[in-house]
Design a protein around this ligand. Structure first.
Ligand code: BGC
Length: 829
């Protein structure tokens, strides 16, 4: 431990209090020891520093900051250099706004297109997600700011996210849900990580020794701090034992008292507590005892946001080369999104941008002739005949219609999962009507996650902007007019129908358990292996030019090949390397992404591209030997422009690492075929290695059940409250803007009340409420009243104890650091 001689000066009460937040965003300072607090802020695509009253859902405005495209957008660039540039800009803004820990990037796997937070995540593929996340982290941490990748782990569902259990087999856990985090930690050197709300195989992520200790700290050598998601801590005693450090946001002294008690009764050792304090002290010293930058260049960052969007926008279709538009083209601009862009998602990641561009405004600066503008449809989904007529009138006379449409705010948000993958029908009705008067339609989509596209043939060209950030409008027009050649490629598959998705029968889970029966077959790993036709495959994206792939050479180190730009436009290509093994003994997807490179090539020129193999190229997780192993065999090395378009192929013989194989193919035939939509209990249990846990709610509610489960309540008052809350939630959904507060309360467990109220509510009071909900009204109310007085008394006592502990040197930590610097440096040498 680095700070052991300093920690000796701390009382148990100080140590325990230090490990939880003081307010919504800041950690607890300890004035006696000169320990300052550190400040955390969202978010992943821009800083959300709330200067006034803090709330973790972005309801109160934050200080202006650059709103970059969201992770789901930038992942389409497949460009780690760009990720690092964005990370640096985020780090610089965080420093300038006084933020020490930036709560991002988010890199949960897009298990299903329905997850409401997919717009905040990078990919359905862990390799791409990990590489992009690592690049952001390196950029952010090049300033005096910690990145805090989230949500660790297996947090791919929003519904009841704080009260659910991800039931997943160890191999799927490792290969799909942890590999991205492994890359983020090992290659990004993340100094903080956020544990997720959910349980993983029955143990809360924040208390999960397997995740936090065995994997994160022991295997990956993570030496930073683990921070709980907001209100996500269950027992911080268990958290500390498992290797977690900081409970956020504001549990008052309740958790601290539990830690002190655990030390007194021996259930938590002083070593365990000190280790946790040591990590956090290191963060405080590193982050707060340095000079910080005071400002950032808004215009420069706006330009970077524009560059990021241009590199990430995906051209999905371009019939008859309608794009790029020729100079002077007569354009009708139609769609509500052209006037009021949807450029970021809703929830804790929401940024108050320094400025926002709209297509309506910026189109004036391009060499096209705007012959009309109409909002065309209502964002709220209702039909508006007058708007429709206006749109059709201008569409008739245009050379080309730019039709801006997509998912509205309520469709994708933190706190809720979608229940279908469709774009609002009124937008599609208008598209079809426009088509009947003029077929020259360029569809411009805004949506942070995959959608069904049965209307695909209504557009001659489709440009998918995802959520482009504040400079999205000029980025889109740069591409539409050919100023920039599109190069983005999809970070996720676009299935034809939601029914085609691998987790269709599992997602989202309705009860406590979410069973990951589809296993490793997430996204393209499923569609490709099971030959399911898709609308647009993983890795797909068009360019205004054409690239030829040739000269593949495969050797032990990796591959090299030549890419030639055969067209008339300069442009960038994203070369993708997939690996597979025919007739494998251990079942596996037909292809898996194991490397990629983005190269810019001038028209008519060629470049040699090299992609190195790494420790992940051939490995699989063996559940019997309990380690990464390599199966012996002749592997297919496939290089292409997307997963379904393999242009070069070779094989390489690879030595195996073990003869111990984990599965019997005849017992789990569906996994061997990749037919995973309907996995039987037996097959799932064989892969899981245990019985499927019973996730059905039974008996009485407890503090870990979600508020929305009050439909089970014995108390009629509680059921009434549940109905009121549901009605309020539905009403807010009808309005088209999600009410994040209601969503949060709806999905949170009872215990979170004690974790987020700065000491106003204790766990004892929560237990009283739960008792009342279960129909023991008088007992429950009695407990609440007693708990209230007892909590106030104990809070005062704790504060007094902290204040009355004998004073030591002023600025003690600063003095101690100065005196001990030499020692550490020696140790580090
Ligand atoms: C979200 C986190 C976020 C935190 C603070 C939580 O509800 O899951 O991603 O960082 O709130 O706003």
């Amino acid at each position: 431990m680095k700070y052991s001689t300093f920690i000796e000066k701390m009382t148990t009460e100080e140590k325990a209090a230090f490990l939880s937040g003081k307010g919504e965003w800041d950690t607890r300072d300890l004035p006696r020891l000169g320990i300052p607090s550190i400040f955390c802020s969202d978010g992943p695509h821009g800083i959300r520093k709330q200067a006034g009253a803090g709330d973790h859902l972005g309801l109160n405005e934050s200080l202006p900051a650059t709103c970059f495209p969201t992770a789901a957008t930038v992942a389409n660039s497949w460009d780690e250099k760009l990720g690092e540039d964005i990370g640096q800009a985020l780090g610089e803004e965080a420093e300038a706004l006084g933020v020490d820990i930036l709560l991002g990037p988010g890199l949960n796997i897009k298990r299903s297109p329905l997850c409401g937070r997919n717009f905040e995540y990078f990919s359905e593929d862990p390799y791409l997600a990990g590489k992009m996340a690592a690049s952001y982290i390196r950029g952010i941490q090049s300033y005096n700011v910690y990145a805090c990748p989230k949500h660790f782990a297996v947090n791919s569902q929003e519904q009841r996210r704080m009260a659910m259990n991800s039931v997943v087999d160890e191999r799927t856990l490792r290969e799909i849900y942890l590999t991205g985090f492994e890359i983020a930690v090992k290659e990004g050197h993340a100094k903080a990580i956020m544990s997720s709300y959910n349980e993983v195989n029955g143990v809360y992520a924040n208390e999960n020794k397997h995740l936090l200790k065995e994997i994160l700290r022991d295997e990956w050598k993570f030496d930073g701090i683990v921070v709980t998601d907001w209100g996500g801590s269950n027992s911080h005693v268990e958290g500390v034992k498992a290797g977690s450090n900081l409970e956020m946001p504001a549990p008052g002294f309740d958790s601290a008292r539990e830690i002190v008690e655990a030390i007194e009764n021996g259930s938590l050792s002083v070593e365990e507590l000190d280790k946790s304090v040591d990590d956090l002290l290191d963060a405080v010293v590193t982050l707060r005892m340095v000079e910080k930058k005071k400002e950032f260049d808004k215009n420069k960052h706006h330009d970077l946001a524009r560059k990021a969007a241009t590199e990430s926008i995906v051209l999905l279709k371009n019939e008859d080369k309608i794009l790029p538009l020729k100079a002077g083209t007569k354009v009708a601009l139609i769609g509500d999104f052209a006037v009021e862009p949807r450029y970021q998602g809703a929830g804790s990641s929401i940024v108050n941008p320094t400025k926002v561009e709209t297509m309506e405004e910026v189109i004036k600066g391009y060499n096209v002739s705007l012959c009309g503008l109409s909002r065309g449809y209502l964002r709220t989904g209702e039909e508006d005949k007058a708007l429709k007529k206006e749109a059709l009138d201008i569409a008739k006379d245009a050379d080309v219609i730019i039709y801006c449409f997509g998912l509205d705010e309520i469709s994708e948000s933190e706190g809720l999962d979608r229940n279908h993958m469709k774009i609002p029908q009124n937008q599609i009705d208008l598209l079809q009507s426009i088509m009947s008067v003029n077929k020259k339609i360029v569809g411009v989509i805004s949506a942070g996650s995959a959608i069904e596209m049965p209307w695909n043939n209504c557009c001659q060209a489709i440009l998918h902007g995802y959520l482009t950030g504040q400079a999205g409008a000029s980025a889109l027009l740069d591409i539409i007019t050919g100023k920039v050649n599109p190069s983005g490629k999809l970070n996720e598959t676009y299935p034809i129908l939601h029914e085609d998705t691998p987790a269709f029968n599992q997602f989202p889970s309705a009860e406590r358990n979410s069973e990951f029966r589809e296993g490793i077959y997430v996204g393209y790993r499923y569609y490709d292996t099971s030959n399911v036709k898709v609308q647009y495959p993983f890795g797909f994206g068009l360019s205004y030019t054409e690239f030829k792939y040739s000269n593949l050479v495969v050797n032990k180190e990796g591959i090299t090949l030549t890419i030639t730009n055969k067209g008339a436009f300069d442009g960038a290509e994203i070369v993708q390397m997939y690996v597979g093994l025919d007739n494998a003994i251990v079942f596996r997807p037909k292809k898996e992404l194991k490397g990629f490179k983005k190269v810019f090539i001038k028209a008519g020129e060629s470049k040699t591209v090299s992609i190195a193999f790494d420790d992940k190229t051939f490995r699989y997780w063996n559940v019997v030997t309990n380690k990464w192993e390599v199966e012996k065999g002749r592997y297919n090395i496939m290089v292409g422009s997307n997963v379904n378009n393999i242009l070069l192929k070779d094989t390489i013989e690879i030595e195996g690492t073990t003869n111990v194989y984990p599965y019997k193919s005849e017992l789990i035939p569906s996994y061997y075929k990749g037919n995973v939509q309907k996995i039987s209990d037996e097959e799932f249990e064989r892969v899981l290695g245990t019985k499927i846990p019973d996730g059905k709610w039974s008996g009485e509610l407890n503090r870990n059940d979600a508020i929305c489960q009050m439909y089970y309540a014995k108390s009629s008052l509680a059921r009434f409250l549940y109905k009121r809350l549901t009605a309020m939630k539905e009403k807010s959904e009808e309005k088209g803007k999600p009410d994040l507060n209601i969503l949060f309360i709806y999905n949170m467990p009872f215990r979170a009340m004690a974790k987020m109220t700065r000491g106003a509510v204790s766990m004892e009071m929560v237990d009283g409420m739960v008792s009342a909900v279960n129909g023991h009204f008088f007992k429950g109310v009695g407990k609440i009243i007693f708990g209230f007085f007892s909590n106030s008394y104990k809070n005062k006592k704790y504060t007094k104890k902290l204040e009355s502990t004998g004073s030591i040197e002023k600025q003690a930590i600063k003095v101690w650091v100065e005196e001990n610097k030499g020692e550490w440096n020696k140790k580090m040498d």
